[in-house]
Design a protein around this ligand. Structure first.
Ligand SMILES: *[C@@H]1O[C@H](CO)[C@@H](O)[C@H](O)[C@H]1NC(C)=O
Ligand SMILES: *[C@@H]1O[C@H](CO)[C@@H](O)[C@H](O)[C@H]1NC(C)=O
Length: 346
């Protein structure tokens, strides 16, 4: 519980806010403090699952996701409003919605379950709604309630965060899948019943990563941004958050140079990072990671070899053992080290 508590302190949900939202939440969803705690725990788990997905998505990028939700707080010290900030908000909000929705379908909460509202109705040619559709409405509501309550301000950054939180929740919906089951005489499949199911959270992560790649920059008055002015009474800040771009990630500031160490952003740069080389893996970003992380940042790629012992030449012996030799093998790993020596090319 200690860790979870820390997450909520870090996310600014603690104490004053907690009691405030506990109130409003219990009014329409819950039955008491125990139920509230149930949601809180699941919400915190969901936020952390968002962070885990973020780490996966950015593992071969110059910028890495924060290790835990502790660094998530953009509300206190780190009031950045970059493309990366937008991703963190979207994926956390999506993670919360996803987890709560799953909880619902698993019957973890007394007051919610599958969405059966459309069951029995025709969905399309040859199929009707049936079975257990994931209750995204519920997950969406809880996510909105908890995650959006972190934004207390009314300035542009707050609006941006709220927009991206929402885009995250829309991503969960957008990646849902229709799953069907055949009926009819001897499996003729003349009629199908279908329900909507959450995709793997990885798919939601991939979807949001693509949104990140083409996130929209909102042009703002710099002075207004810096002072974090209240947007009340002004028309400008609400205008850029176009309804037509509701599913897109938006940001306000260009990202700093993530190659270099920046103590004020507590970002350590790419020096010392491991990269992958000569690996026939199809995974996105891996192929060019040494170039992207090291070379293009003015760093060198250093190969470090180490010897490992592995089982090899294994033989099956009748009956029934496997005998192996121990082989020594040299493995190479690659790291970004020190600046390229500029003087050498004389
Ligand atoms: C909600 O789901 C998560 C895993 O997806 C699980 O760890 C947690 O215990 C669930 N919450 C409840 C109240 O069962
Ligand atoms: C660190 O980041 C801040 C904020 O983006 C920027 O103003 C500053 O120039 C950066 N410092 C370095 C050394 O790049």
């Amino acid at each position: 519980m200690g860790d979870l508590f820390m997450i909520w302190v870090a996310m600014g949900i603690c104490c004053a806010t907690l009691s405030a939202s506990a109130w409003s939440v219990s009014n329409f969803l819950m039955t008491g403090p125990q139920a509230y705690l149930t949601y809180t725990t699941s919400v915190a788990l969901g936020a952390q699952s968002g962070i885990e997905e973020c780490k996966f998505q950015f593992v071969w990028e110059r910028w890495n996701c924060p290790e835990n939700a502790l660094q998530l707080s953009t509300h206190n010290r780190l009031r950045s409003a970059t493309r990366e900030t937008s991703f963190i908000h979207a994926i956390s909000s999506a993670g919360v919605m996803y987890t709560i929705t799953k909880n619902c379908s698993m019957g973890d909460f007394e007051n919610c379950g599958c969405d059966e509202s459309k069951n029995g109705k025709t969905g399309g040619p040859g199929w009707i709604w049936g079975g257990c559709s994931d209750n995204v409405e519920f997950g969406e509501r809880i996510s909105k309630l908890f995650v959006d309550s972190l934004e207390k301000g009314k300035d542009t950054r707050a609006l941006m965060n709220l927009h991206n939180n929402r885009a995250g929740r829309l991503a969960v919906r957008a990646t849902m899948k229709r799953t069907c089951k055949c009926h009819g005489i001897s499996g003729s499949c003349s009629v199908q019943t279908c329900w909507l199911q959450l995709a793997d959270f990885r798919e939601t992560g991939d979807y949001l990563k693509a949104k990140y790649d083409r996130a929209l920059k909102i042009e703002m008055d710099k002075r207004q941004l810096r002072t974090g002015n209240s947007a009340e009474g002004r028309r400008a800040p609400t205008e850029p958050f176009l309804p037509s771009a509701e599913a897109e990630l938006v940001f306000l500031e260009e990202s700093p140079d993530y190659c270099v160490h920046n103590s004020s952003l507590s970002f350590r740069g790419t020096e010392g990072r491991e990269c992958l080389q000569k690996r026939p893996g199809p995974a996105r970003g891996e192929q060019r990671s040494c170039r992207h992380l090291c070379t293009e940042c003015g760093l060198q790629v250093e190969e470090r070899r180490s010897e490992v012992t592995r089982s090899c030449h294994c033989k099956f012996q009748w009956c029934c053992t496997v005998k192996c030799d121990q082989c020594r093998q040299v493995v190479s790993k690659y790291f970004c080290t020190g600046p390229q020596a500029k003087g050498r090319a004389q």
